[in-house]
Design a binder for this molecule. Structure first.
Ligand code: SF4
Length: 400
């Protein structure tokens, strides 16, 4: 039995963070209900919509490295990830409706149901309703414990909100909490980053994601940097060398606190690796619902319209809201297999991949092994743990 994941995108936020390059909008809360109704309809009518659009779902997909036909009755759903945006802004009843639609439309035995949340949106009543709806994991966009950094980044919450929100969630019965931190925020120093890591470890979430800030030139901060301006504390962005040091500090602190580093940006207490996100890195099938949501059948990838209003109009008109579609070639599938597989610190089984794709990869990997960028253990190949900060260079070399 193969299990699929479902991703639901909620593209609304209370404000726009200075570094944000996501397709999210600050809208009146009156827009939430029609959006949620469209998402529920897309979920309930997914078979009809996909058939009408000619999308190959359920498709041939690669499971355990072997391509095989799947039957619709094989496609049980065991993980749901409601992300954004800031989906915790929605009423709990909206989230309940989305999860009800999923349970009614799929063979759903949901073992992991994640809600992305911002700390300032947490209230006891909401948290209790989330648990009743079946949400059992909350992923917190903390980014930092420093108010100076949070203000510069345009975040709505402050350090005190984090300490207020976590006990509310624990009290409500959430046993699986993930924290996101960003290395590279304006005003971040080695001391303030170390402080954030220590405070995070003190709150003992089950899972941690650490992202290096990538400044998109279309974000407000990116535009300011390009113009050489001062707004958004653009002159106080740490250097790339600082960010490398911050990442290495995170590796040390989180290892000492009992977390296993299992993916380039992710650490977990034993048994708390994100089941849903592992599907992305393992190229297992998932369906995305909502504006801008991506889906993968094993042979095809497609993405919904990013514009929330266009998405709602398409679903209300009974049309598949897709704006991008790609059929995988053997070459693009192999590239993904390497790129996504190597993000996992357990590495990839090179001999298995060579058999599946009928290729020899020795010429690509031997120079990287000689340079100490990847390690080999029999047929298992993994990124060298002490060279993870230059993983992008490794991927570029590998895809040449
Ligand atoms: S909360 Fe996330 S999605 Fe929303 S504006 Fe900030 S970075 Fe962007």
């Amino acid at each position: 039995m193969s299990n699929s994941g479902i991703y639901v995108q909620v593209p609304f936020c209370q404000t726009k963070c200075t570094y944000c390059n996501f397709h999210t909008g600050v809208v009146a809360s009156s827009r939430f209900r029609p959006y949620v109704e469209a998402v529920c309809r897309e979920i309930r009518e997914h078979r009809l919509l996909l058939e009408a659009a000619g999308a190959n779902w359920p498709g041939r997909w690669r499971g355990g490295g072997v391509a095989r036909e799947t039957r619709s009755e094989d496609l049980a759903v065991d993980t749901v990830y409601i992300g954004g945006g800031t989906p915790s802004l929605l009423d709990a009843a909206h989230l309940q409706n989305i999860l009800n639609a999923i349970r009614a439309s799929f063979a759903a035995d949901l073992t992991e149901v994640t809600l992305e949340a911002d700390p300032e949106t947490i209230e006891a009543g909401k948290a209790a309703a989330w648990v009743r709806a079946g949400i059992n994991r909350v992923s917190f966009g903390l980014q930092s414990f420093s108010d100076k950094e949070l203000v510069a980044a345009g975040r709505m919450h402050r350090r005190a909100d984090i300490y207020r929100a976590v006990p509310i969630l624990r009290e409500a019965g959430i046993r699986n909490i993930s924290f996101d931190l960003i290395a590279g925020l304006s005003h971040q120093t080695k001391a303030s980053w170390g402080q954030s890591l220590q405070e995070l470890a003190g709150l003992a979430p089950e899972h941690v994601s650490v992202y290096l800030l990538e400044i998109d030139e279309d974000s407000r901060l990116g535009k300011e940097l390009l113009q050489g301006g001062e707004k958004y504390s653009a002159r106080s962005v740490p250097s790339e060398d600082d960010m490398v040091e911050f990442y290495e500090m995170a590796q040390q602190v989180l290892r000492a606190a009992g977390y296993r580093h299992y993916e380039i940006s992710n650490w977990a207490k034993p048994g708390y690796e994100s089941k849903h996100n592992l599907k992305y890195w393992r190229r297992e099938p998932y369906l995305g619902f909502g504006a801008g949501a991506h889906s993968f059948s094993g042979t095809e990838r497609w993405a919904n319209a990013h514009d929330a209003a266009a998405y709602v109009t398409a679903v209300q008109g009974g049309r598949m809201p897709v704006e991008q579609h790609e059929t995988m070639t053997a070459e693009s599938a192999l590239e993904e297999e390497l790129f996504l597989g190597l993000r996992q610190l357990d590495g990839i089984d090179l001999a298995q991949i060579e058999r599946d794709y009928g290729v020899s990869l020795a010429a690509r990997f031997d120079p990287l092994t000689s340079a100490g960028l990847v390690e080999r253990d029999g047929s298992i190949v993994r990124l060298a743990p002490e060279r993870l900060t230059i993983s992008n260079e490794v991927f570029v070399e590998l895809m040449r």
